[in-house]
Ligand binder design. Structure first.
Ligand code: GUN
Length: 293
């Protein structure tokens, strides 16, 4: 069994991005600028945003965080988004999800200028992705394809089973891997809470992508010998043995599954750091106007 070391790959990519940023700075006398809107004080969201800021610092990007109160109205949040849409110094921005219940994620996503939508959540980017047109790929699926590429994991003709159909991971990764492309050409089954015979279907997979948000959901009995297992879950669970009282675990029972898989991503240190890298790559493309002029 080989561990897919997302942390190490993301460090390599950050180092090469650092060089690219130096060249960009020489040419344009500015650096790429990413902004993030953080609404409320969800501890996980705060941690994700501070990770994104740290990564921007590491590669030499400028970053800005706009922190807004939990009880902000939807209209006021949209006004903040419109300010960022209009700000010429900001190449791309994200609105960290989840949002408080009184705010419509759909309305927020639609308000973001698709040319600055470095999360790749806007339907224009999503639609372009589905048709194989240039676009910002959603950060987590982008990160997963970079890992599969880096570890030379063949996807053509393989059976990929995706567990979970979210807009930001399960659905887009199933589209990406089924497309005619280098990291693609797979036969993809997208499973979800209403899927019948889920265990049986996952057992057929050459590559399993677990993105369901349930700690330890994918167990060893569901895994074919030699399967590749990509764990997208980041779940905080209680652990009395630790002084912190809790730990992060994925959607895969790592202990059992790693005994049968050929490759597996750990949590933390697998997909997580590559998601941030996907965002960094998209922001650099936004600054260079690679996708939209
Ligand atoms: N919440 C969980 N993952 C993500 C992500 O990739 N982007 C944003 N904006 N929010 C998230």
């Amino acid at each position: 069994m080989k561990i897919i070391d997302g942390k190490a790959v993301s460090e390599e990519l950050k180092n090469s991005m650092k060089q690219d940023v130096l060249e960009y700075k020489q040419k344009f006398e500015r650096v790429p600028h990413l902004a993030a809107i953080l609404v409320g004080d969800n501890p996980a969201s705060k941690a994700y945003v501070s990770n994104k800021v740290k990564s921007c610092d590491q590669v030499g990007f400028k970053s800005s965080v706009i922190t807004l109160p939990e009880d902000i109205s939807e209209d006021d949040l949209i006004s903040e988004i419109e300010k960022l849409n209009a700000d010429k110094d900001i190449d791309g921005f994200i609105v960290q999800l989840p949002l408080p219940k009184h705010i419509s994620e759909v309305r927020v996503t639609l308000a973001i200028d698709h040319k600055k939508d470095v999360d790749g959540f806007h339907p224009i980017n999503f639609g372009r992705m589905a048709q194989g047109l240039p676009c910002y790929l959603p950060a987590t699926p982008y990160g997963i394809t970079m890992l599969l590429d880096r570890y030379n994991i063949e996807t053509a003709g393989k059976h990929v089973v995706v567990v979970g159909r979210s807009n930001i991971v399960g659905t887009p990764i199933s589209i990406l891997l089924s497309r005619k492309s280098k990291i693609g050409d797979a036969t993809v089954t997208l499973t979800h809470s209403k899927t019948k015979n889920l265990h049986y279907i996952v057992q057929q997979a050459d590559i399993v992508i677990a993105a369901i948000g349930i700690p330890g959901f994918v167990t060893a009995d569901m895994i074919k010998d030699g399967a590749v297992v990509i764990d997208v879950g980041i779940n905080r669970v209680e652990d009395d043995q630790l002084t912190s009282g809790s730990k992060l675990v994925g959607d895969v029972d790592y202990e059992g599954v790693s005994k049968k898989s050929s490759f597996i991503t750990p949590v933390p240190g697998g997909v997580g750091p590559m998601t941030v890298m996907g965002l960094i790559m998209n922001t650099f493309k936004a600054a260079q106007k690679t996708i939209y002029s």
